[in-house]
Design a protein around this ligand. Sequence first.
Ligand SMILES: C[S@@+](CC[C@H](N)C(=O)[O-])C[C@H]1O[C@@H](n2cnc3c(N)ncnc32)[C@H](O)[C@@H]1O
Ligand code: SF4
Length: 373
Amino acid sequence: MTGLYIHVPLCEKRCRYCDFYKVTPGEVDSMDLYLQCLEIELRRLPGDFAPDTVFIGGGTPTALSPAEYSRLLESLHRRINLSEVVEFSSEANPGTLTPEKLAVMKAGGVNRVSIGVQSFNPRALQLLGRIHNAKEAIEGYHLLREAGFDNVNIDLIQSIPGMTSDEVLADALKVAELGPEHISFYNLIYEPGTPLTEARDKGLVIPPDEDEEADNYFAVKAVLENAGYGHYETSNFSKGGKECRHNVLYWQGGEYFGCGPSGHSHWHGKRFGNIADLDRYCNRLLKEENPFDEIEFLTKEEKARETLVMWLRLTNGFNLDEFKRVSGFCAYDLCGAGIESMIEEKLLQCVENRLSLTPNALFVSNAVFSALL
Ligand SMILES: C[S@@+](CC[C@H](N)C(=O)[O-])C[C@H]1O[C@@H](n2cnc3c(N)ncnc32)[C@H](O)[C@@H]1O
Ligand code: SF4
């Protein structure tokens, strides 16, 4: 399995917590040059590249106009062999959706839409600096359904300062009532340099304590599981086999190209990241230069260790024989005594030759992963 990620570096406004690379309409005259350079970058990919999954993310792909989005999709069809694609996702912000834009996406092959809602709570949406309110978010979701999308993800965030446990639960109940095929319920991350992190550092917003976060995490999990969602990754839930195949590909150590400014690729043991600057990205491509800066060569062992940790994000973990077949390494040999001691501490479990996180370790998974690396 291989994947293609396209980064659209445009958002109507910067949310206060987010550090994904983007520009806003006031900072750029038009997205024409980006679209031109993206096509140059697509043309530079290997001629025999035929991805199984495509993910257009950002930023906000739906901040493009219908004509711009259509041009992006045309470039993709012109430059990439899409005949193998089984899942074609686009991210969307509910404040930027129109029936016309959704029709363009559908006609261009998009078959899964991931919509950023974050919360249905008015105070939380305001604190996060979102451009839409809860009613508009719900209307956006219904617009997707009316446009015929039958594979929809809703992104939510928990641990938002000021939200009570009841309010977090109300978000979980509301999303279950809407019934998307997939739900990503992230824990808020304080990214360096964002306005929300600065406000926290000045004591202007107070995050919930860790025990409360953990209680909320397990309460949300229970609500969604009761509503028929499978908890298949630490922050992700799906119904009816609708896991996000593109992300599963990342978690199982698959290979992918990431195009657009700040896009990251992992191809044949080489890892490289495109420059996170729209002007410089375009200048380089116009001169037929590489848009990436760092190239990292991973040894087979480094790649295997990374795959092990990524794969453990999936709640049913991996079969040890399959891991060896895919990575070339025995998981136990890679981590020395690490795995055994974590099994003793009841952070990992090995059942019928499958290694996975224990339910208790789900909330502290990042600490488990850093200890294994
Ligand atoms: C590219 S955005 C989704 C599409 C669109 N830009 C939007 O926000 O509506 C990707 C998702 O990452 C999540 N995200 C971004 N920054 C985050 C942070 N600091 N902590 C937790 N989740 C974050 C949000 O849930 C967001 O919906
Ligand atoms: S969360 Fe989405 S809309 Fe908000 S700044 Fe990040 S990418 Fe843009």
